[in-house]
Design a protein around this ligand. Structure first.
Ligand SMILES: Cc1cc2nc3c(=O)[nH]c(=O)nc-3n(C[C@H](O)[C@H](O)[C@H](O)COP(=O)(O)OP(=O)(O)OC[C@H]3O[C@@H](n4cnc5c(N)ncnc54)[C@H](O)[C@@H]3O)c2cc1C
Length: 409
């Protein structure tokens, strides 16, 4: 086995410390090396995807090892603004045109179920992660105006998903927002993504999962019924199944698949910022490209982001970050009157997207019992839960009815 190169892409992933880097409860004790050499399942990656995957597997009494080349929850998950939405980036009426009405409905329904499942996991495990159920407000914008939103509400209702079309007048009266229309819907949430992931990992650890950090998976081979991994410690590990939850540092063999990495920016105000009362109940985003999105935190910060750019390195540019921060602050002020002042935290990061806006979840081609989930876009947390459910069922030998919905193509 070749040991020098890495199996997955290597990316800085983010610049500067996001808000969550300074909140307690986001770290977790790990081991320097694994206790054994064979496991039922090895999960590569200790972000939110790996955490939810581990939860789905340890509940089934499997012997699980998690390996990360960083400390846990130090990848993209730490950069997330953690708006946990069932509304995916591609509106249902648009997705229906590309993958058909029934499949698009299944994607949106699955997404809604996943947000509910995430809430259930938080309640079942009593996780301390600032999780709050929220409504969402999708504002008409340059790409999707009031007519598109009306169509969207109709198709969502036909799919059994609740959605209210709000007129310009209602938006003005209830929210003091000046837009031609908006969709209000119920099934969303927000959380502290570092605390959420770390708390799930701590629970999995309690149930017997080992977590090894600062160890990279370098290569992979099939051997009889097992998958064999070589590590940066020159150790060989084997498992019946391996799951790559490596986020935007996806497997290089899949680099030709239709996934791009883009740049995005985010910031957080000081706590107890003056803000409209309604904001604490909603996550807000808009039908524009690039779009602005925002929400509040339980300690009264306003968190906002967007201004995505189609290049994978733009987020590293310091001057650009200053410009993007200014634009985001101005856009929010124009729309809501909220004055952020000098943000307490500003950060920028890489972001993996696919043309359909859907993740790719499935078996890695040409190698048995190796799975991956990639291309999560702006709905990473919701999609991570879908991936955990689909892949864990496959490993356990019960094919999920939605297994074919997010192909690696
Ligand atoms: C600024 C920003 C805002 C976002 N906002 C939202 C939002 O509001 N809502 C939402 O749902 N999603 C959001 N997302 C998306 C979401 O944060 C991500 O999809 C999600 O965090 C990805 O989690 P992950 O566990 O897959 O990846 P990561 O957290 O990056 O974890 C992957 C891990 O794999 C490890 N790894 C990689 N290769 C190897 C290897 N060869 N060996 C060992 N370890 C390896 C890495 O070290 C890393 O720790 C946002 C993303 C960004 C950047």
């Amino acid at each position: 086995m070749e040991k020098s190169r890495s199996l997955t892409r290597r990316h800085a992933l983010r610049r500067d410390l996001p808000l969550w880097a300074s909140t307690p409860g986001g770290s977790i004790r790990t081991q320097g090396k694994s206790r054994r050499s064979h496991y039922d399942v090895i999960i590569v990656g200790a972000g939110i995807s790996g955490a939810l995957m581990s939860h789905a597997l340890v509940e089934k009494n499997l012997r699980v090892l998690m390996v990360d080349r960083r400390r846990p929850v130090r990848g993209s998950t730490l950069a997330s603004t953690a708006m946990i939405q069932h509304e995916i980036d591609t509106p249902l009426h648009v997705l229906q045109k590309s993958i058909g009405v029934r499949n698009a409905q299944r994607v949106w329904q699955r997404s809604a179920t996943s947000v509910e499942q995430l809430g259930q996991i938080v309640r079942d495990l009593d996780l301390k992660c600032a999780f709050q159920a929220k409504k969402s407000l999708f504002l008409a914008g340059e790409d999707y105006g009031s007519r598109a939103l009306r169509t969207e509400v109709e198709v969502r209702k036909a799919a059994g998903l609740s959605a209210n079309l709000l007129s310009a007048e209602v938006l003005r009266e209830r929210f003091a927002l000046c837009r031609t229309a908006a969709i209000e819907s119920a099934i969303s949430a927000s959380a502290n993504p570092a605390q959420l992931s770390a708390a799930i990992l701590r629970n999995a650890k309690k149930k017997g999962m080992e977590i090894v950090s600062d160890v990279e998976i370098k290569d992979i081979k099939e051997f009889d019924e097992n998958v064999v991994l070589s590590t940066s410690q020159a150790v060989l590990l084997s498992a019946r199944a391996v799951v790559f939850c490596t986020g935007y540092e996806f497997l290089k063999v899949l680099a030709h698949k239709s996934q791009r990495v883009v740049s995005t920016w985010a910031l957080a105000s000081r706590p107890r910022l003056k803000r409209p009362e309604w904001l604490d109940e909603y996550v807000v985003w808009e039908g524009s490209d690039p779009y602005l999105y925002f929400r509040s935190t339980p300690d009264g910060r306003v968190l906002l982001g967007g201004e995505d750019e189609d290049t994978e390195d733009a987020y590293k540019d310091e001057r650009k970050r200053a410009r993007k921060t200014k634009i985001l602050i101005e856009k929010l002020a124009d729309l809501t009157g909220i004055s952020i002042g000098k943000p307490d935290f500003e950060w920028s990061a890489a972001f993996g997207v696919t043309p359909s806006g859907l993740p790719m979840i499935g078996r890695v081609p040409h190698i048995r019992n190796v799975f991956t989930a990639m291309g999560f876009g702006g709905n990473g947390i919701t999609f991570s839960q879908i991936a955990a459910a689909l892949i864990s069922s496959e490993i356990l030998g019960h094919r999920d009815a939605d297994w074919d919905l997010f192909p690696i193509s």
